[in-house]
Design a binder for this molecule. Sequence first.
Ligand code: SF4
Ligand code: SF4
Length: 428
Amino acid sequence: MKNTRSEKRVTITIDGKPYQAAEGRNLVDAAKEAGVFIPSLCYFKHLDPPLGTCRACTCKVNGRNVPACMQRVEEGMAVEVNTPELIDIRKALVEMMFAEGNHFCPSCVKSGNCDLQHMGYELGITHMRFPHLFRDRHTDYQSRRMVLENNRCIKCRRCVEEVFTDQGKRVFMYQNRGIETLVGIDHEQEALLTEAQAEAAMNLCPTGAIVVRGKRVAKPFGLRSFDQQSEQEDYGIRWSANGDRSPREKKMVATVSLAGCFGCHMSLLDIDEEILDLVDLVEFHKSPLTDIKRFTQRCDLGIVEGGCCNTENIETLREFRENCDILVAVGECAIWGGLPAMRNTIPLGECLEEAFINAQTNDEGEGRVPYHEDLPKLLNRVYACNEIVKIDYLIPGCPPSASHLWKVIRNILWGEEFSVLYHEFKYD
Ligand code: SF4
Ligand code: SF4
């Protein structure tokens, strides 16, 4: 379908304000020219007709919910973008992408250069309202050069439509239908791509689904594409505060690391000289920081790092719930399982076999799964804290930065107003 664009200017309204736009202009571009951000993961100007697959640009046009990338500007068009309902719909759509794939950003080569991850930051996604599916889709390692990780694919269709050999043959194609749809590689055609074409295929994928072996993104933290950059001016996640500045009596805080790596605890302490102020504000009770092992008094705040991977974790978490007025899950592992939940896609028996029986460091025939009645029993999968007890607040990030953590904790304890800056809000 050929686009016949007119340069005639017409009047449209976006969120009630009138704007002039070129008739026939794609609505995502027209909104951008008007200074209105409409997120998208699959809209690229040069693809015409647009793919329209991700739906992250859902807006209301003349009262109907539609993907903005599939709309062309017409005289009198009434567009709604930033209503609470539409903001929530777009967020929910992107949350679904995270929940239905396996997105373990800290172990992903695309982290920091990933459009999906970036969109999570732009939309202020702090956690998923949907349960993670932990699917085990096919990962194709057969090509000499490429790996296709279908668990990270959002089925935007970009690779199918854009990656061709010099002979005009497609390299990627859709297989199966409905929720079983997967992207496949034509290995013969893939072998005909030049190195530059293969890398271009990796880069055009908005996620880390297409990886070229050995072509890790070499930029250090802080310099990757999306480390500091927000597409929205004045972007900050606003958290409302009750405005009630109660007197700052010292609060009692308990902390614990369950199935976590202690990274969140390290981050908690990474506040430099502010730690001196902190000593005036809080006192630590049961915590690895104090080595106090038992609750001997009630605590105002319990901070939990890590999810639950064994029976001891569950017991400890329940003890925290009983002894803390407010319980906060800190970091991705506590919120939904995080990296330890990578095992949720594999049966427990297979995990133990791989780790203890088939481990490469075992002597021939020496491997055995450790067992003692005092050892905590492993659970069938890793559970998020809120699947076990009621959690009052979630502080996302992997780990959340120190300033992010303490801003939220101050807000919880004393109602201090704050916003999290774009670069403070990281999952890797
Ligand atoms: S960096 Fe992107 S593709 Fe990789 S796990 Fe995170 S969201 Fe998924
Ligand atoms: S592999 Fe990447 S480019 Fe291809 S459909 Fe999946 S997310 Fe899109």
